[in-house]
Design a protein around this ligand. Structure first.
Ligand code: SAH
Length: 258
C-alpha cells in the first residue's frame, strides 16, 4: 500500500492527524526534501527506511516503492503542502495503476493557506474579490497560453503565484503590461509557517526590488490583488445582524439569501 500524504506548508504541527499516523506506521518514507520540513521525520518509527526524493528521478522513486510492495511493506510518499497542487503525483499514481498497486491520498494544508495565516489574511473579501487564482509562471514546465499571467490578470481576482519567485522581475513586468496598477498591493511570503518565515507587503511596482533586497528567489509565494490590503471590503451578509439564515432569525426577515 502506498499513501501519498500532504506534509503541510512547513511547521511540524501542520500535518493532519491522519498524515502523522501514516508516518508513524510507515515502513518506508520518501519525502520531498527540498520543501518538506525534516522535523516531520521524527514521527517515523524506528527502523523505518527514509529517502529524500530531491536526489531521485521518477524511476528511482518508483523502484523504491515497487520493491517495498514486493516485500509487503507500506510506503508513505510525503509531499509538501497539499499533494494535489504541483505535486507530480499523477505520474506516480499512473505507474501504480498499471501495476495494480493500491494507494490513497491524504490532503495537506497548502502553502497558500499557510501564507494567508502568516499575513492574517482573508483571500475572499466581499466587495473586493470572491475568487482566488492559483497559478504559476512557466519555468521548465510550460503553462497553457490561455492561463498566461496576462490572461489571468484580466479577472482582477486575487492571484497566488507558486513556483514563480525565481523571476519577480518578469512577473511584475508582465502584470504591469497586462494593465494591473503599479500600486496594486502584493505580498511575498517566504517559507510560510517555518521558523524562518519572512513576509513583505509592497506595491506591484516595488515587487522585484522587495524580493531582491531580501534575497528571495525560491520557496515563496507571491500574492497579488486588492485583497492583500485587507481594507475597503463589505461585511459579510451571513453574519449581518439584520439578516436571517436557516439557523438564526435576523432583525429583518430576508431568509432567502445565503
Ligand atoms: N503542493 C505544494 C506546492 C508545491 S510547488 C503546496 O500545496 O503548497 C512548490 C512551490 O510551492 C514553491 O516554489 C513555492 O512557491 C510554494 N511553497 C511551498 N511551500 C511554501 C512555503 N512554506 N511558503 C511559501 N511558499 C511555499
Amino acid at each position: 500500500m502506498v499513501h501519498f500524504v500532504g506534509a503541510g506548508p512547513g511547521a511540524k504541527d501542520l500535518i493532519t492527524l491522519r498524515g502523522k499516523e501514516l508516518l508513524e506506521k510507515a515502513d518506508i518514507i520518501i519525502y520531498a526534501g527540498s520543501l518538506v520540513n525534516p522535523e516531520l521525520l521524527s514521527f517515523a518509527r524506528e527502523g523505518c527506511e527514509i529517502y529524500d526524493s530531491k536526489e531521485l528521478n521518477l524511476n528511482e522513486v518508483m523502484d523504491i516503492i515497487l520493491k517495498a510492495e514486493e516485500a509487503g511493506k507500506t510506503t508513505v510518499r510525503l509531499h509538501t503542502g497539499d499533494p494535489s497542487l504541483y505535486g507530480a503525483i499523477r505520474e506516480q499514481m499512473d505507474i501504480l495503476d498499471e501495476r495494480k498497486i493500491s494507494y490513497d491520498l491524504t490532503p495537506g494544508v497548502s502553502s497558500f493557506c499557510g501564507a494567508a495565516a502568516a499575513l492574517n489574511m482573508e483571500y475572499t473579501l466581499p466587495g473586493i474579490s470572491q475568487s482566488v487564482i492559483i497559478t504559476r509562471m512557466e519555468g521548465r514546465t510550460s503553462v497553457p497560453e490561455r492561463e498566461s499571467v496576462e490572461e489571468l490578470a484580466k479577472h482582477g481576482a486575487t492571484m497566488v503565484f507558486f513556483l514563480s519567485s525565481f523571476d519577480t522581475k518578469g512577473l511584475s513586468e508582465r502584470l504591469l503590461a497586462s494593465g494591473v496598477s503599479p500600486q496594486m498591493p502584493c505580498a511575498i511570503v517566504y517559507k510560510a509557517t517555518w521558523q524562518d518565515e519572512k513576509k513583505f507587503i509592497c506595491a506591484l511596482k516595488d515587487l522585484h526590488e522587495t524580493a531582491e533586497k531580501n534575497n528571495i528567489h525560491k520557496t515563496a509565494l507571491i500574492i497579488v490583488g486588492e485583497a492583500v490590503a485587507q481594507a475597503g471590503y463589505e461585511k459579510s451578509r451571513l453574519y449581518a445582524p439584520d439578516f436571517s439564515t436557516e439557523y438564526r432569525t435576523g432583525t429583518q426577515n430576508n431568509a432567502k439569501e445565503k
